[in-house]
Structures are given as structure tokens and as C-alpha cells.
Design a protein around this ligand. Sequence first.
Ligand SMILES: Cc1cc2nc3c(=O)[nH]c(=O)nc-3n(C[C@H](O)[C@H](O)[C@H](O)COP(=O)(O)OP(=O)(O)OC[C@H]3O[C@@H](n4cnc5c(N)ncnc54)[C@H](O)[C@@H]3O)c2cc1C
Length: 390
Amino acid sequence: MTRDVRRYDVVLVGGGITGLMLSHKLSRLGLRLLLLEKQPTLASGPSTRNEGWLHRGSYHAGSIRDRENAVQVARRCIYGHEQIRAFAPEAVEDADRTPLVLVRDVDRVQELTSRWDEAGVWYRPRARAAAVSSFPAADLSRAAAIFEVADVSLNTRMLYRKLYTSAQQGGTEVLTGARLERINGLEASVVTADGQTLHVEAGLFVYSAGFGARDLFRDFFKLELPIRYWKSHLVVVPRLGAHGLFYVDPHEAAMMHHGGYSIVGLNEDALLCTEPDYNVIEEKAGNLHRALERLVPGWKRGTPFTDVACTKVDFSPDAGAARSLNIAIHEPVPGHICILPGKMTETPFLTDVLTARLYERLEDGLIAKRPCDVLHANLTLHRREPSHAA
Ligand SMILES: Cc1cc2nc3c(=O)[nH]c(=O)nc-3n(C[C@H](O)[C@H](O)[C@H](O)COP(=O)(O)OP(=O)(O)OC[C@H]3O[C@@H](n4cnc5c(N)ncnc54)[C@H](O)[C@@H]3O)c2cc1C
């Protein structure tokens, strides 16, 4: 009996923002795609358990120590911010209210603004009295400088719905509740939510599985990817003010808003952990509550709140290295590519870089090659077959 094998250009494993955005982009190039998500709903991990902060470079230009890296991440955030706003303007929240940035350490102000200038971050100084009237509940007395920036809050669910719809219209097949059972070369078996086994074959497999990538490569390829887990905490409270409000200094609070709620994180308080989970660590949640109390004294009085814990991932071959939430594209096994965006806001940059690379590998010859493509094809051929190069 012959097996029924479904053929795709790319199988994407993981339906968070990265998998959804890549499906949207690759499907628009006419590629045949299968997107597999193991959970019953899409984007149930960090992609919805985050602050929903569509960065625009202001925070990372200041929070990353190395200047070159900070400016590069800030530029990628601006790129991602503009692309997401253009794709889903209706998902932008509070578009008419600019957030306020607070800088506690006066010695950092000059370096920060020079990084903003270099990266192209939009900002303008805000007088203290005006800032106080914008956010009366906040204590701004510890801030040495206050600026207005162009970051916004994002309704991530609406963005993901739009990406999903676009991918589906482009022909992407999406299976939720699906489990990869076996991988052999560029073939795989998938068990669907209703227990059927599908046999699939693809030109490439792309793993946009977030913290699930480590287990996938361990289980199917016996490979230990150098992926580390960093647990962070957020607290959700009834809305505390009209504008986003965040420090760039370590161990201070950063707050954005979604409708009637504020969501607050603590800068640089992530904990390196061995397994990803959503369990709240009381000590870390306490640090965050105290930082929020410093920013908005009395927020706790009588108000309900929810603590949220979630895990970020980074790729670092050096276990002792500092946290580096940078974009990553790795192909540890030929034809099997693992990708991590660093931040949600960097996903447009990551998926554009990867889309360009995949197009080079999968394009079908319908469009004529440019001279540089011809040279590249010749060089690649000669590299593969050294006898021709002689
Ligand atoms: C607390 C916190 C706050 C953050 N705040 C922000 C912010 O405000 N702004 C910002 O820009 N970034 C923020 N980030 C970072 C951002 O959330 C992540 O970079 C982004 O969500 C990663 O998206 P992803 O699609 O790559 O991974 P994920 O969201 O982890 O999605 C991976 C998907 O793969 C699925 N999966 C896993 N294993 C398998 C498998 N074996 N088979 C099939 N599917 C699988 C998962 O179920 C999941 O749906 C924050 C992160 C955290 C943890």
C-alpha cells in the first residue's frame, strides 16, 4: 500500500508571532506552507503573555550595555514597529498618547540621547510639570530627566488574527493541537488533534517554537541547542494612568496599558532557569510590586491584580555569558532551521531576513536571475564540485 504524502515548500513548527508572521510573508511569495502548533490555540505562550509593548528603540538603546548592540537593536525595533503599524494599524492602542521615559541616573542622560540620535529614535524632552499633569498618580521626583517617545501598546491578539487570516488566504494550512511524531531527513509524521497521522515532506523545516525548540532538537536530532531560559514577571492591574510610563534604568518599573488595564514589568530582573514554566516566584513578584509602588505609590490599595510569569529564550553557546535577547537564525541540521526573534518587535526584521534567504533556496525559476544571482549560483556550484573549479 502506498503512503499518502503531503508535500510543502516549508513546514513551520510553532504558531506564535514568529510562525504566524513567517507564514504570512512566505505565503505571499506563493510558497506552499504547513504551520504546526502543538497547543489547541495559536500564540498561547510568550507571544500573548508579554507586555504587548511595540517598542520603538527608546528602551533598548538605553538598557543594553554595549553601545553598538544597543543601537542595532533599537534600529531593528524601529523597523519592526513601523512594519507592524503599517500592517495592522487597528491593533495599535493609545496611538494619540505618547509614553513618557524616565531616566533616574543623571550620568546616563547624555549617552542615552546620543544613542537615540544615532539609532533614529524619536524623542523630545518633557517638562516635569507637564509630565506630572499627564500622570498625576505617579511619583516622578526620582527621575533626573523625562522624555516623550513614540512607543505604543499593541493588541497582539488582533495582530495575530490578521497574520493568520493573511497566511490562510495565501494558502497556508494551519494545524493546531498537532504533534510532530517522527522526523526523517526532510520527511515527518504529524499526529493531528483528532488522532490522524499525516506524512509530510518539505523543502525546509523552520522551527519557530520559542522555548519548545530545545526539546524538538533534543528529541529528533539528539542535539543540545545552546538555548537558555530567562523567567520574567509582569503584573496586570486596573489602569493607572493615561500614558505609558517607563524607566530605562535597571530594577525600575516599565508600564504600558491595554484598554482598562496596565501591565507592568521590572527592568533587568530576569532569572536564569533550567525549564520554562508559568509559575510565579513570590520573591520576584515582590520586587516588581515594590518597583511599581515606587513609581505609583498606593497602587495596591484595594485594587485587584494578577501576577504573570513567562520565559524568554536566548541562544548562547557560552552558558556564563550575559543575557542576550538577540535575533537568532541557526541551521544545526541541514534543512532544519531554528529561529528566535529576541523581542516581538524584532519579528518583522527576523522574518524579512529569513524570507529573503528561503526565497533564494526555494524559488522556482519563474523570475529571471539577476547577474549577482548567476554569479552566486556559479560560485555555489563550484564550491560543491571542486573539480569544476580547477
Ligand atoms: C514576560 C515577557 C514580556 C515580554 N514583553 C515583550 C514586549 O512587551 N514587547 C516585545 O517586543 N517583546 C516582548 N517579549 C518577547 C516576546 O514575547 C517574544 O520574543 C516573542 O513572543 C517570541 O515569539 P515566538 O513566536 O518566537 O515564540 P513563542 O511565543 O514562544 O511561540 C512559540 C510557539 O511554538 C509552539 N510550540 C512549542 N513547541 C512546539 C512543538 N513541539 N510543536 C509545535 N508547536 C510548538 C508554542 O506552543 C508556541 O505557540 C516579552 C517576553 C516575555 C517572556
